[in-house]
Design a protein around this ligand. Sequence first.
Ligand SMILES: [Ca+2]
Ligand SMILES: [Ca+2]
Length: 334
Amino acid sequence: MTFLPDGRLLVTEKEGALKLLNLPGKQVGDVTGVPRVSYGGQGGFGDVILHPQFARNSVVFVSYSEPGQGEDKGLQGAAVARAKLTLNDSGGGALEDLTVIWRQVPKVSGRGHYGHRLAFGPDGKLWITSSERQQFTPAQDMKSNLGKVVRLNDDGSVPPDNPFYSQGGVTAQIWSLGHRNLLGIVFAPDGTLYTHEMGPRGGDELNRIEKGANYGYPIVSNGDHYDGGDIPDHSTRPEFKAPLVSWTPVISPAGFIIYTGKMFPDWVGSGFIGGLSSQSLVRVEFSGGGAREAQRFDMGRRIREVEQGPDGALWVLEDERNMSGGRLLRLTTP
Ligand SMILES: [Ca+2]
Ligand SMILES: [Ca+2]
């Protein structure tokens, strides 16, 4: 989900719908013109964000699981499309001039670990988390953009100051590598980039992302394989960037903001991360180049996404797998 400048909220639904919520009126409108998504497993509609100049150009970006065609028939991969959002007078709108500007390479079978969370940086570039599709080794393969953090211009072209730009192809898109399943990306007010990712059995990570760095998956992880196979811990291979925070047992992180609002002054600068299996909202404090979990709120439901509202309230989205379907919750001071 993402807030529009007018305080309305765009929310993607996994099966392929884009909703426009008028929060004071509790009205829900439809945005038409969304791409066809490959729904199933972890795949479907993903993120929605605004262009930094949205107020002038009405441009939005959406991510989703794209069905393969031709020789890729039966395969899936994440895709990111750019479109113009037009709003109508009846509480809805449409995506127009939808253009796919990025795709995971290669498309693979299976329906897990797409990632495809989006953010714009203070550099005006589009940042994409591209998870490893449960294929493990592509995270270290520079001919694939799976298991990477990707940096692009707002039209999908590649900025010349990317670390592997001179190698061309999808390699040029790569900012950092060795990632697993990333469902959160955020820039701190000072411009530092943080992501989190789900570890395998144990070893969820919060990482500070540095240009050209290798975060080690699947060579190292503080977790281990689900089949019981050992993965050496980060401490054994210092050449790979180690996480700032490592969670075992896992929290299953999803959604990520750094709080800047007025409603909770004690939490300005804290990170807030939703928890799926942990059914929680986790608050993280950053200091001295490190980070630590400072607080965990038991939500009793799988939390998929976190945003800060215009008045500083915290908004969280529950997961579709909750018994009664997902709810949107507003968290405020008493
Ligand atoms: Ca969001
Ligand atoms: Ca391990």
